[in-house]
Design a protein around this ligand. Structure first.
Ligand SMILES: Cc1cc2nc3c(=O)[nH]c(=O)nc-3n(C[C@H](O)[C@H](O)[C@H](O)COP(=O)(O)OP(=O)(O)OC[C@H]3O[C@@H](n4cnc5c(N)ncnc54)[C@H](O)[C@@H]3O)c2cc1C
Ligand code: SF4
Length: 339
């Protein structure tokens, strides 16, 4: 039994003051990830700072036509919020593809961004893991790595980020608002999560004394042509092997005006590549266009002993997701002929 203190933050400034004063403290929001990690002895905070009562639970319209989502908006409330459902259905779909209804009721927006990898060695204290204990080694590289990364890996770590919501947020070009002792700053979503390189213990560029206060969505929601496709071992209550957020804006029926493509569960951050999206812009809606984009997005993919199959799985999932997005049938097979 490891003792820890529990305090509540009265407002954002108090939360920042408390975390800055105690390097052994951690924020707790819904607790759906942190408590599990504490039970397994992976995380050992000496103090929990409860932020769950802070007034960060609203979804508000921004002056430029986007939305600002408070960091404590529960995943369920966000997925079913009318403005999200109407204007950002890809985000709603991604959230609802994750976890279970009970977990989504507890899980917060900020906590989802900061959830840790599901690499089984990370949870197993009997095995070396550079993310848990820097310098100890990576058990997954020569171990059971079926669920692991195929992109952005390093010799230190091949873990994935398991979130569904983050894949849609990456494709939508969201921004993360954070506050620290020096004030507030805004982090582009693409800069929020980190690749492992030689510091796999750091998942994000959030500083230890900062709190996430909100996620901002730009006005463009791709509400007509989108898909969130999650490929997993079971139809529910399973993390993705590969997921795809695909969003298109079409000119007429057959030309792509704007495109977004993000892959989930293939790297330690949602994976985007500007060259893949550029290869879609201005092109005709067809299989050849989609296959070219998939090849570009997976250009640097490298498999390990048990997960090389993910490369081809991802390629086919991208083509299918883009096909469904183009046809406006996000949750089912397209019945429209793609030439
Ligand atoms: C069985 C199971 C299945 C799951 N399946 C999926 C799935 O399929 N897809 C998916 O995407 N997710 C899945 N999840 C993960 C779940 O979505 C996350 O656990 C949840 O989003 C975390 O949110 P939370 O508020 O509970 O975070 P907490 O557990 O409270 O916190 C997580 C981390 O974030 C930090 N933190 C929280 N809020 C803030 C903040 N505002 N500022 C700074 N730091 C903060 C905490 O200090 C902690 O380190 C699953 C979880 C479980 C247990
Ligand atoms: S892949 Fe990363 S999290 Fe998993 S054992 Fe290796 S270092 Fe640890």
């Amino acid at each position: 039994m490891i003792n820890f203190q529990y305090t509540r933050a009265s407002d954002v400034a108090d939360a920042v003051r408390q975390i800055a004063a105690d390097p052994a403290a951690k924020f707790i929001a819904g607790g759906t990830n942190l408590i599990d990690l504490m039970k397994e002895d992976v995380e050992r905070p000496l103090r929990l700072i409860d932020i769950s009562r802070l007034p960060l639970k609203t979804v508000e319209e921004t002056a430029d036509g986007g939305l600002r989502i408070g960091a404590l908006v529960p995943n369920s409330d966000l997925a079913y919020h009318p403005l999200i459902a109407q204007r950002y259905p890809m985000l709603a779909s991604a959230i609802l593809a994750g976890a279970s209804a009970q977990l989504r009721n507890m899980a917060s927006t900020g906590g989802n961004l900061l959830q840790r990898t599901r690499c089984s060695y990370f949870y197993d204290l009997a095995t070396p893991c550079n993310k848990r204990e820097p310098g100890s080694g990576c058990s997954a590289i020569a171990g059971l790595n079926r669920m692991h990364a195929i992109l952005g890996t390093s010799e230190a770590c091949i873990a994935t980020h398991p979130s569904d919501m983050c894949v849609a947020l990456a494709a939508l070009d969201a921004k993360v608002h954070v506050v620290g002792p020096a004030g507030g700053r805004v982090i582009a979503f693409s800069d929020f999560h980190r690749l492992p390189e030689n510091t796999p213990q750091r998942d994000t560029n959030l500083q230890p004394n900062e709190i996430v206060t909100a996620v901002e969505l730009p006005a463009r929601g791709f509400a007509a042509n989108w898909t969130y496709l999650k490929i997993r071992d079971r139809l529910s209550y399973a993390f993705a092997l590969v997921s795809v957020a695909a969003a298109l804006e079409l000119e007429g029926d057959n030309t792509i005006k704007e495109a977004r493509l993000a892959l989930g569960s293939v790297a330690q951050k949602p994976w985007r590549d500007p060259s893949a999206e550029a290869a879609l812009r201005g092109q005709a809606v067809n299989q050849a266009t989609f296959t070219r984009a998939a090849d570009l997005l997976l250009h640097d993919a490298k498999g390990f002993e048990h997960n090389a199959f993910k490369i081809d799985l991802a390629r086919r999932a991208i083509v299918r997701a883009l096909t469904q997005a183009a046809a406006g049938t996000p949750q089912s097979q397209s019945d429209k002929k793609i030439r």
